[in-house]
Design a protein around this ligand. Sequence first.
Ligand SMILES: [Zn+2]
Length: 578
Amino acid sequence: MFENLPTSALDAMDWRMERYQPYFQVLNEMTLTAENVSTWLKGWTQLGDLVMEVFARLAVAASQNTADAEAQQRYLSYVESMLPPLQMANNILQRKLVESGLQPEGFEVPLRHMRAELELFREANLPLFVEERKLATEYDKIIGAQSVTWDGKEMPLAQLQVVAQNPDRAVREQAWRLAHERYLADREALNALWVKFLDLRQQIAANAGFSNYLDYCWKALGRFDYTPHDCLSFHRAIEEVVVPAMVRLLEQQRCTLGVETLRPWDMNIDPTHPMQLSVDPQPRPALRPYQSIDELESRAETIFRNVDPTLGEYFAIMRREGLLDLANRPNKAPGGYCRTFPVAKRPFIFMNAVGLHDDVQTLLHEAGHAFHAFESAPLPYMQQREAPTEFAEVASMSMELLAAPYLEAERGGYYSAADAARARLEHLRNMITFWAYMAVVDAFQHWVYTNVETAKDPAACDAQWSALWDRFIQGVDWSGLDEFKKTGWHRKLHIFHYPFYYVEYGLAQLGAAQVWRGALSDQGAAVARYRKALALGGAAPLPQLYQTAGARFAFDAATLREAVALIERTIEELSDLY
Ligand SMILES: [Zn+2]
């Protein structure tokens, strides 16, 4: 619609809202009709794509070099100067479209989100959101300052995780206690912060006309295709199906370790991932999948080509066009992510590869997100491309499972048959324990936001967390560790930062397991369904996205039982391989 807008975001890196305002003005002033609404939406998309790509490019640059003060400043000033007026401009256009009563084709789902956003919008809440972000920053500050002295060296808690590889149980216990004691030292501060969060969230819900935060949040998160009740069913299904499977799994871990009871430090050291099985029951050196980043990339490309030639080609494009920044180096931000450049119609993968299997797993995961971006790029309107997390994580988690059979060097990957089996076993075991942990986190939040007054007493939260821990986490001996156990909710960032945001991963993992199951009988057909579902972006409701991918968007014990049975069967097969 706008022919004089830059066709590359690189030509708009210094554009600020004033430059965009005249274009927004044109959209504001148009009289919407059934004939012109498509052109109008495309014009809005042109603006939105440009702004978002500049945003993404500045964010990538800032994370690529945290020591580059100018890059940090450019990013922050963009966020500060662009976000508020952009939200206002978008809000006006949303209102215009919704009030027009028009129903553009393929826009039912985005319209549903817009209507909800408009319904929830209250000017009085804007400063409260700012306040909520500040509280989140306070949480980050408290956690970020946590360091411990280990082996005479002061180090951040995250670095203690290497001790999980130590075969000496007493040493692991010492590290585990040290890390958890450090969290306990901040108990009062975190409790005080928690009460502030709850007061604020209660006020936000009240301002929007809701008597409880759960109902408000449900709408704000755009959860139209499932109810709080469905989540409670999911918890029960996990209790019935996953918990016994986890007990069997942990019993194996206990036997292999040759210990009387399995203690938390026989699983992991990291307080933020208490159920991740990182301790190797038969101490072996860590897997070393590759020697150079080029090797990491080229073997990944072969794996993706084996999964599907087009997906392999997407990855090749990313390599050719410099859209991968995989190697760890000084001053790189931590973690890994995939971002989209919507004007260029390309994704970008950022991570911190250090030569371990985790890097391979992260790359497979992020590549799934990248393929989602490629497949959904042709959708004409930006609002159609925003896939909900409940499905975006199906794209990434499925890719981890679809790629798994090719981890062997003989099939294009990185490992001997035995090592590939070891890598896959670790992944599958953690899928089981993750569901159980996720259920604790989600059930806790359901309790909190339906009992806010009670939950303002941190001791009540401790008791509730502890009860949920006993319900879902079995097979691990936490006796004598009560204070650590009941304060587990302090160590889960999502509970403070992103209320209710966690069940998405549990649901997506169930979707991914079903996609994988399909691939075992016919890989070609399963991957074709997967790609077709990715191409829908966020333009279809969740049940349809799942169905197109060959899965059911499910919360029930029967679906979960099939997935868990497949995982357990595969674990058994792989265990025979070494
Ligand atoms: Zn992801």
